[in-house]
Design a protein around this ligand. Sequence first.
Ligand code: AMP
Length: 217
Amino acid sequence: MANIVLFGPPGSGKGTQANNLVNEFNLFKVSTGDLLRKEIKKKNLLGAKIKSIIDQGSLVQDDIINELIENILCNKSYFNRLIFDGYPRNLNQVKNLDTLIKKYNQSIFCVLSLKVKQDVIYKRILGREICSKCGLIFNSFFNPATKENHDCDLKFLQKRSDDNEETIRNRFQTYIVETLPILDYYQNQNLLYEIDGMREIPIIYKEIRRIVHLLET
Ligand code: AMP
């Protein structure tokens, strides 16, 4: 096993499937979005700058992202056991990840790309609710939190400030223009596996684990 990249448009289910992989394969999730939201909570100048970019639906500067990623890749306790969720997001980040992976003697195991149509993405994002206590992700339309699938109190469920219609439109545009082109790069490296992300969460996960197990043998 080595590091996995989960790729897909905003709202494609990367975070949910990363959580599934973390539980089964004892991996560590690196969501650059989560790391940036942590910075925002510090209520300093950098956090305010990051918040305004996130709320516009644009990408935060590469140097900020690269520093966050190097802090994690240099940590020996995560050696070759990372799942990247929402990173890399442009070609410059792809190159930087390659450099850091080499620097710390690691590798990329595979890039799993979740394919989801735009109209479904909107509904998924508008219904998204995240538990601020345990980090689980739910959807008020498709996968609501219940007593069976969630142990924490409902009061911990939160919506993201960038999960509104206008920001979603911009985030999707950013994805098409800046993020989508990186797929060719990973295809050329023979690392890319495409997955139909329109199906139900457990079925998508079944396919993901089938690919991971296949690659392990
Ligand atoms: P996410 O939680 O992955 O949906 O990301 C939320 C927002 O954080 C994105 O719309 C970007 O503004 C920012 N962001 C997350 N990851 C990155 C990244 N790798 N590079 C630049 N900006 C990012």
